[in-house]
Design a binder for this molecule. Structure first.
Ligand SMILES: [Zn+2]
Length: 409
């Protein structure tokens, strides 16, 4: 019984790695192809070369990192490392909740330690070499420590509650665990920008001047309050320009990076703002929020059902059936479904981006949103000819060419 489940898990892990590696390779090859004639003038030959080199550098980092993760995962599955860790923790602690917390904590720590060198290399080597990095080692370490502290306090707190629910209720725990997650994700959706973002960045109201006048005028025309608009010091970490919308209802917030304001003309900044207001007006965040909670409902229901089978823990070689080992086996078995869900979510997100572009086009200025998109992509050395499969798997925003085509319809 245990062997076939482990076989399926190993097959899924290998398949996931093979598909991911192949799609990345296709995209790497595609990035070197000539750019479509409509956008061929976006880069001069030197910039085109730099963009290909940037894509290649990122490709190498992700290839090495995913190879290492894959090898470690196969070793862990083959040599029962998860069961060994469980035995080790079990020999030191008595409480089942503490055992689960320590087990998950150790795995999370190891996975963070494995990705850390890649994070450092990508920030201080790749991003720096192409002139994007603004992060100092101090900023990098502070971010790391703050992120870790938040994960321990919030992640650890939520996990403890879930483990306690499982211990007390077992069969029906998943409904309560889902309610807990839905409640928490509502809280994050509403207040992340207000509570957590200021821990990492400075948010300020927009400065007086021409830009503010133009923005006020547009916001007035759309009934959007200027009090819900902030400029963020994105330049603290990167030269790349960005903007985003977050929140629901009264907690709505639009954040413009200072780098966006610095690089774009007034009309282009307002066009980006119009795009973000489009996300709000067309209720994109609300629908994505509802969808993700529906997905997590199904996930929790399946988890609740399958956790009762000791075969899951046995598959990973554990002698004692436990929440953490069974849940780990469950998520590994679930990975093809996660991939499919990811494809659907990315497709919906890209559709929302077209919709928000349309909104900016209809309520403001087609030329301005088009030229803003061009500037933002060329400025970040975007790959102008990504492979369609890579786009389907990884892109939450459509490629530049498709967005420009959509705007000129
Ligand atoms: Zn958008």
């Amino acid at each position: 019984m245990d062997n076939w489940i482990l076989g399926v898990i190993t097959f899924f892990v290998a398949m996931d790695f093979a598909i991911d590696t192949y799609v990345n390779f296709l995209n790497h090859r595609s990035s070197k192809k000539p750019v479509a004639p409509e956008i061929a003038d976006l880069y001069d030959p030197a910039e085109q070369k730099r963009s290909v080199a940037y894509a290649a550098a990122n490709y190498r980092v992700s290839l090495i990192s995913s190879c290492i993760s894959f090898i470690l995962m196969i070793l862990a599955l083959t040599f029962n490392w998860f069961a060994n860790l469980d035995d080790f923790v079990r020999s030191r602690f008595d409480s089942e909740i503490v055992i689960s917390l320590v087990f998950i904590g150790v795995l999370a720590l190891i996975s963070n330690l494995i990705s850390l060198p890649f994070g450092i290399y990508s920030t201080f080597k790749v991003e720096a070499e192409f002139g994007f990095n603004k992060s100092t080692p101090i900023t990098f370490i502070t971010d790391l420590v703050k992120g870790l502290a938040l994960t321990v306090v919030i992640g650890g707190g939520l996990l403890t509650l879930v483990l306690w629910l499982y211990q007390e209720l077992t069969a029906t725990f998943w409904i309560w665990a889902w309610l807990l997650f839905a409640g928490f994700s509502l809280f994050i959706f509403m207040f992340a920008t207000k509570i957590f973002l200021p821990l990492f960045n400075k948010l300020t109201p927009i400065e007086d001047g021409e830009l503010k006048r133009e923005i006020s005028q547009y916001c007035d025309s759309q009934g959007y309050s200027l009090g819900k608009l902030f400029v963020m010091d994105g330049s603290k970490r990167s030269t790349k320009a960005n903007a985003f919308f977050s929140g629901l209802g009264q907690s709505k917030t639009i954040v413009l990076f200072d780098t966006l304001i610095e690089k774009l003309s007034t009309r282009e900044v307002v066009a980006v703002l119009a795009h973000e207001i489009g996300h709000y007006k067309r209720k994109h965040t609300l629908w994505m929020f509802l969808l993700s909670n529906m997905q997590s409902f199904i996930l929790f229901a399946l988890l609740g059902w399958l956790l009762s089978y000791p075969a899951l823990s046995e598959a990973l070689g554990a002698s004692v059936s436990s929440f953490h080992i069974s849940a780990l086996a469950f998520f590994l078995l679930f990975s093809p479904v996660s991939t499919l869900i990811g494809l659907v979510n990315n497709a919906l997100s890209r559709r929302n981006e077209y919709d928000a572009d349309d909104f900016a086009n209809e309520t403001y200025d087609r030329q301005a949103i088009a030229s803003a998109l061009k500037k933002i992509s060329t400025d970040s050395l975007a790959n102008l000819s990504p492979h369609p499969l890579y786009v389907a798997v990884n892109y939450t925003h459509p490629p530049t060419l498709e967005r420009l085509r959509n705007l000129s319809k």
